[in-house]
Ligand binder design. Structure first.
Ligand SMILES: Nc1ncnc2c1ncn2[C@@H]1O[C@H](COP(=O)(O)OP(=O)(O)OP(=O)(O)O)[C@@H](O)[C@H]1O
Ligand SMILES: [Mg+2]
Length: 288
């Protein structure tokens, strides 16, 4: 299997996608073929399939019900199926409704990572599981009546591992975000078997959130490689922002890999330059 990192955060919106892109750049600068992966993404925009990819017709076992699903996705997991959740992971009752529009779910994070890593792989490999509702995967899964098929994630990871020697995986929200009733982002990180990087905010409140995430991950047996403090907004130059990195260094059992600045634009070259300048390459190199 390829090496790489599993990127989690103290919360949603802390900058995991931007930092995953920065890590892809850093690993590539070290001479490795690195790719990105965001295996589960929620809040995906529904678009006409013509804007996105090819669709194929699929006839269910019950041939009276015609469904349309995306190439490579089985109908039970296709996001374009109108289905009703029954409460059982594998059983869905499909509402017999004709489809007049072929639509697909566009994963913004997955697409961004694909661009940042210069990948030409199918988005189905990068983001195998997509939901429309901007919710935790468990919540979106219940509302949309689609269960998370882990075999797809495993297969996508195996395929990417064959073509790349480092896979940088972005998690979903924080470590205790539920994917299934008894399976959390923490479990996904464990199943990937990759060292974890924690993205945290710079301002007030981050000491508690960072330490909760780092210490819980360690207690649960994950290997945490380091913390990246990310400025997802222009610096406010508060006393908390100024003092937090020093305090984290004192109280955290793991190192800070970098303090990533707020970037005026998120172009590939801007992220690459910022990664080269602000991430500790020596720590990253140790894991490759
Ligand atoms: N270093 C940065 N410079 C400029 N903008 C940033 C930076 N980091 C994050 N942002 C912006 O902050 C917002 C949140 O960042 P991002 O999408 O990376 O968070 P996330 O943790 O991946 O969120 P999610 O949990 O939804 O996946 C985005 O609008 C992003 O463009
Ligand atoms: Mg993201």
């Amino acid at each position: 299997m390829a090496k790489g990192f599993f990127v989690t955060g103290t919360d949603t919106g802390v900058g995991k996608t931007v930092i995953t892109a920065a890590l892809i750049k850093a690993v590539r600068l070290l001479g490795f073929r690195a790719c990105g992966m965001k295996p589960v993404e929620t809040g995906c925009k529904r678009v006409q399939s013509s804007e996105f990819g090819v669709t194929h017709k699929f006839i269910n076992n019950d041939t009276s019900k015609l469904s349309i699903c995306h190439a490579g996705l089985d109908p039970a997991s296709s996001s374009s199926l109108d289905s009703r959740f029954r409460g059982n992971d594998n059983e869905y009752e499909f509402i017999d409704k004709p489809f007049d529009k072929r639509t697909e779910l566009l994963p913004a994070d997955g697409m961004f990572l694909r661009e940042m890593a210069d990948m030409d792989d199918s988005i189905d490999l990068i983001t195998s599981i997509r939901f429309e509702n901007p919710l935790a995967p468990l919540s979106a899964s219940e509302i949309e009546g689609v269960s998370v098929d882990f075999s797809k994630i495993q297969k996508a990871y195996a395929d990417l591992s064959k073509n790349y020697n480092a896979v940088i995986v972005e998690g979903i929200g924080g470590l205790l975000v539920p994917i299934k009733k008894d399976y959390f982002v923490l479990d996904l990180a464990r199943d990937f078997g990759l060292p974890v990087i924690v993205v945290s905010r710079p301002g007030l409140g981050t000491l508690n959130h960072t330490m909760l995430t780092v210490n819980y991950a360690i207690r649960e047996g994950l290997h945490v490689a380091g913390i990246i403090i990310n400025h997802s907004r222009p610096p406010e130059d508060t006393i908390a922002e100024d003092t937090n990195p020093g305090i984290i260094r004192q109280i955290s059992p793991i190192p800070i890999i970098g303090i990533f600045p707020y970037l005026e634009d998120l172009q590939s070259s801007t992220i690459e330059k910022a990664a080269a300048k602000n991430l500790n390459i020596e720590i990253i190199k140790k894991y490759l």
